[in-house]
Design a protein around this ligand. Structure first.
Ligand code: TTP
Ligand code: MG
Length: 365
């Protein structure tokens, strides 16, 4: 089944925040970064500065040589984190499968999103408009059936752009794609490739799997797929769930215990489906069941250290029934979760980590 992936990436993120907040800077070449005297580097810069050749990770002293009129702004991480949180909040309205890559960038899997008749392009456009309205920042989007192509696509019409690669367009698009657009193909690999006449994905496609492996080592296997526009990596949400639960409100109150049991069994398959979607970094900490009586009062019960089986939930609702054998209008069941392994992805939004990462990048540490 073809997936619908959106990659979103703010334009000149730190610099765009500074331009937004200091209108006098708009249109001038500006960069955010560490001071030249302190051997600082450029975090990012706006398009007027890019026109002079200024780039991320460049020494600030070098940037000044390229662009003497450059305005250097010290970074304001608090503001970037704030904008980032607003953007991530918007993403989550369109999908629960959101994988942030950095403060300004994320993958969304919108394959199951019911909005806009499930048109990923229209969803992406709605997100772009919402980000602009809420944060005042422009964000570019790429829409494609996988992460690799979505990321390439988000860069295609930058800044403030949207580009879609539909499944039927992949073959044409990819064969004309320059190899430098493939993540992982840096200057060294490019030199190696151009030495054997490879500049575009079409050239790579002509090499066998074995030739690719012999020439590029373990990266060769990845190249074999990427140069065909193939990428199976799932979008992995790094939000940590604390619990998973399902509940149902009945059209008619359930009066007898047999009816409670039937309702429980109907809910279990839903719960099991949700549990199966969790990755293996979770373990079950406990079970719980909840009933709402016809007078809207509510009762919850929990048990720890039990597997999520029908029998275990049956015991819970028996205990609820024993406490109050009254008609219910709602039944809910769920599991409480705990971390089994350390999370697969770092917590990109922890204040300390973000600060340390950014300072490291800026040469401040
Ligand atoms: P990017 O998304 O890579 O860059 P950008 O948003 O500035 O520009 P573009 O329009 O091309 O996406 O990075 C996001 C932010 O991360 C960027 O605004 C500043 C910070 N950053 C660094 O601090 N150092 C770096 O080397 C890079 C690449 C980014
Ligand atoms: Mg960006």
């Amino acid at each position: 089944m073809s997936r619908k992936i959106i990659h979103l990436d703010c334009d000149c993120f730190f610099a765009a925040v500074e331009e937004r907040d200091q209108p006098s800077l708009r249109g001038l070449p500006i960069a955010v970064g560490g001071k030249a005297e302190q051997r600082g580097v450029i975090a990012t810069c706006n398009y007027p500065a890019r026109a002079f050749g200024v780039r991320s990770a460049m020494a600030t002293s070098h940037a000044y040589r390229l662009c003497p009129s450059l305005t250097l702004v010290a970074p304001n991480f608090k503001k970037y984190r704030q904008a980032s949180a607003q953007i991530q909040q918007i993403f989550l309205r369109y999908s629960t499968l959101v994988e942030p890559l950095s403060l300004d960038e994320a993958y969304l899997d919108v394959s199951d999103c019911p909005l806009f008749d499930n048109s990923a392009t229209r969803i992406a456009e709605a997100i772009r408009q919402e980000v602009k309205a809420v944060t005042g920042l422009t964000i570019s989007a790429g829409v494609a059936p996988n992460k690799f192509l979505a990321k390439v696509a988000s860069d295609w019409r930058k800044p403030d752009g949207l580009f879609t690669i539909a499944p039927a367009q992949i073959a044409d698009f990819i064969s004309q794609l320059p190899v430098k657009r493939i993540p992982g193909v840096g200057p060294a690999t490019r030199t190696k490739m151009s030495a054997i006449g490879i500049t575009h994905c079409a050239d790579l496609q002509r090499l066998s799997r074995l030739q690719l492996q012999q020439t590029f080592g373990s990266f060769g296997e990845k190249l074999f797929h990427l140069c065909r526009g193939e990428d199976k990596r799932p979008v992995v949400s790094n939000r940590r769930h604390k619990s998973v639960s399902v509940e149902t409100t009945f059209n008619q109150d359930k009066t007898h215990f047999e009816q409670w049991q039937e309702a429980l069994l109907a809910l279990l398959s839903d719960l099991e489906r949700r549990i199966r979607k969790l990755d293996n970094s979770y373990a079950i900490a406990g079970l719980f069941a909840k009933v709402r009586f016809s007078d809207f009062s509510q009762q919850t019960i929990q048990a720890s250290g039990k597997p999520a089986t029908a029998e275990a939930f049956m015991v819970l609702i028996e205990q609820l029934w024993a406490k109050n054998s009254a008609p219910i209008r709602l039944l809910g069941i769920g599991i409480k979760l705990k971390d089994e392994l350390t999370p697969r992805q770092p917590d990109l939004f922890s204040e300390e980590k973000q600060q340390a990462l950014a300072q490291q990048r800026l040469g401040m540490l």
